[in-house]
Structures are given as C-alpha cells and as structure tokens.
Ligand binder design. Structure first.
Ligand code: XIL
Length: 400
C-alpha cells in the first residue's frame, strides 16, 4: 500500500510527505481505540484516518509578542492540561500557533530562540503526532518583528542572505521532525490581488517567494512545502483568489518547488463575505480549487475555525449555524481527493485568537471551535466528525 502510494505521488508529481508524518499514519489501524484512557472511540483523528486524512490543531505556549491588537494574549493553550489531554485524544497532527514565526524565533538579527517551539515539538512527539511548521515567511509587514520591518538590507545580496539563513537555520534544526512547512504565508494583498510590498520585495521583488521555496526544499527536502493564504469564496475575495492562482502559476512555470495550497479556512459570515453558506459562490470556489489542483497541487486545510460575529446571540441557534456552515464547507473541501489533512486553529473557544479580533456587537464571547470552555464537544465537533464519516476515502500521504 505504501509503495503504491509513493509511486502514485511520484507519478502525479504531487507532494511527497515527510518521514515525520509516517509513524502517526502507519502506527495503528484507524479503527483502533485511541491511546488515551477514557477517550471516546471515534476520535476526530481516527475518523479522518479511516479516509486517508489526518486531523489536528494548533497549540500555543503564550502570547505571540506581535504588536498592537495582535499580541495573541490567548495563545497559551499548552499550559492547560485539559487542552493537552484533548489534543492527545483527538489529534494526529500539531502545529505551533506562533512559536515558529519570526516574531517569536527571532528576537534580533543575530539570535534564534527555539525554546518555545522545542516544548511543543517534544510534546507532539511524545504523543506520536505529526508536526506542521508555520511559517518560514509571513510575508506581510504587519507580522515582521520590528527589527525586520525597519531593516534596510542595503543590497539584494544581503536581503537574500538573511532570508536563506533564516530558512536554513530553522529547517535544519528540526529536520524530518517537521513534515510540512507553510513556507510562505499571505503574500497576496486581497485588495489588489498583487504581491504585498515588504522590506524583502524592495530588494528581491516577486522573486522573494521563489527564493523562500528553493531554500526550504534545500534545507527540508523531505517536507511538504505549502503556500498558505486566507482567500475564500465570496465575491469580495475574487481578486484574492485570482492573485493566489497567478502566483501559483508563476511558481509552477518557474519550476519552484511548491507542493500544496494551504487554505486557512477562517470561515464565517463577515469573514468569508458570503452570508451563511456558499450559495452561487460554490461554483467560484470549486473553480478556484479545480485550478489549483489542476496544477498538480495538493490542498490542505491549515487553520479551520468559524467567526460567528454576525450570527444570532442564542447559543443553541448559533452553534447550529456554525455547524451547518462548517459541514457544507468541509463537504466541498473533502470532495477533493487532493485534500490531505484538516487542522483546526484551536480546539476550545476560550483560547481562540478570534475572541480578541472582530468582536461581536453584543459583546458575547464567540464560539469558533469544536469544544466549549468546559472542554465539551459542540455541534461543530459533530459536524466535523460527520464530514469525515461522509468523505470519500483517499490514499494517505506517504513519506518522501
Ligand atoms: C494568529 C495567532 O492565533 C495569534 O495568537 C497571533 O496573535 C496572530 O496570529 N492567519 C495565520 C495565523 O496564518 O498565523 C494567525 O495566527 C491567524 C491568521
């Protein structure tokens, strides 16, 4: 089976999955009970695995340290033993929420601080979870640490040197422990569909993206290399989608090693500008996914959650709407055999970054995640489980 899958991937020119992912996918039969005493038999990851998929979530060790309202005050889920237990029970994959971003890893041009990322990786490995890396280049000025945002490289060579050094250092430190990398995050400006201007494009132009992927392939040849962004299906997102496709086309034409499109999937009315469901926009969204997969790319859901700021206050009604929208969305996404795994951006509402962003007009707490603040499953958890149950089976990703 593994050999067939590997050949299949090679023949299709698709992503090879990392060695780090193989133990988790291969270690037990999907029908086996999870390795945690007392956990429900049908865990989200077991249901996903039964279809050749994986399910996971982000975990965070503390504030992001980013500036302004983006400090990420809630990103400390790892300190909560109940969250760790839920992770172990439900997840086959973990991604650090902030710990591999420049603003945590790079206090200055001369330093790397891996302590927080190391804690998360040790935990994930102890519990046999595969690990995603997020992100080698969040190519948006807002998210660079101050010293990078204010850096004037002076020469093209220096800009390229700093970028390559960063990618090389981070990728080689973790090696095959990280099986997939969001190499570049959010480089397309949704307002224009063009590349965002940054300190790097000033010297490297659009080629900054090519360099990042090439450096990642050199330093992590085993890893699935992902372009990750938050385009969605609404009419207001048309430029964003077109810009992402144009970028991917250019990368493919230039032989740049990109394996998969990461669809962040922060869905919800207001966030995805398409009301409570797809409506006629489903056609546009499928066209977008068809075009990306037509380039030979895999798809991955990297940051799934539901912004409920425009939904009714009543909790039962709201949870129902969140679940119904999610089921529609996941059914469409899972209908693509190229979709390889689903990552939630947090398991429990209280730790969600959305609680501090785009608040509800009525001031109520949001309910974006599959579990409530008492760690109990919500309708959303059932919707994800049902979507996995209904999903067509696919060959699991295999190691490269
Ligand atoms: C968010 C974190 O959840 C916050 O803690 C932090 O303050 C800001 O970043 N898209 C991404 C993620 O690619 O990295 C973001 O994570 C959410 C939006």
């Amino acid at each position: 089976m593994e050999n067939f899958n590997r050949r299949d991937c090679l023949a299709g020119g698709l992503a090879l999955l990392a060695a780090g992912c193989a133990p988790t996918m291969g270690q037990m039969d999907p029908a086996d009970p999870p390795a945690v005493a007392g956990a429900a038999p049908e865990t989200l990851n077991a249901l996903a695995r039964a279809k050749g998929l994986m399910f996971g979530s982000c975990l965070g060790t503390g504030p992001s340290g980013a500036s302004g309202s983006f400090q990420g005050k809630r990103a400390n889920s790892f300190d909560d033993p109940n969250i760790r237990a839920l992770m172990v029970a439900q997840c086959g994959m973990m991604v650090p929420e902030n710990e591999l971003k420049w603003y945590v890893l790079r206090p200055s041009a001369k330093e790397f601080d891996f302590r927080r990322a190391d804690r998360l990786l040790a935990f994930a490995e102890q519990h046999k979870m595969a690990i995603r890396g997020h992100t080698l280049l969040w190519h948006n000025m807002q998210w660079f640490p101050k010293w990078v945002a204010e850096y004037d490289f002076g020469t093209r060579a220096e800009a390229e040197r700093l970028l390559r050094e960063h990618i090389h250092t981070v990728c080689t430190r973790y090696g095959t422990r990280i099986c997939a990398w969001d190499v570049v995050n959010e480089t397309i400006d949704p307002a224009t569909g063009g590349m965002r201007d940054t300190v790097f494009t000033k010297y490297l132009g659009d080629e900054v993206i090519d360099i990042a992927f090439q450096a990642a392939r050199e330093a992590a040849p085993h890893a699935q290399l992902v372009y990750n962004d938050y385009m969605s299906w609404g009419p207001g997102n048309a430029k964003h989608r077109a810009g992402v496709l144009a970028l991917l086309e250019r990368l493919k034409k230039n032989g740049v090693p990109v394996d998969a499109l990461g669809v962040q999937s922060h869905i919800g009315p207001g966030a995805t500008d398409a009301g409570a469901g797809f409506g006629p926009a489903e056609k546009e969204w499928r066209h977008f996914l068809d075009t990306a997969t037509g380039m030979g790319l895999d798809i991955v859901i990297t940051e799934f959650d539901v912004g409920d700021q425009e939904m009714p206050a009543d909790i039962a009604t709201r949870d129902h709407e969140v679940a119904a929208l999610s089921r529609d969305y996941l059914d469409v996404m899972l209908s693509y055999p190229q979709l390889r795994y689903v990552m939630a951006w947090g398991l429990v509402d209280n730790y969600s970054w959305l609680e501090d962003r785009w608040p509800r007009a009525d001031g109520l707490a949001k309910r974006p995640c599959p579990y409530d603040d008492n760690y109990q499953p919500k309708a959303l958890r059932e919707a994800i489980a049902d979507a996995f149950r209904a999903a067509p089976a696919r060959a699991p990703l295999v190691t490269g």
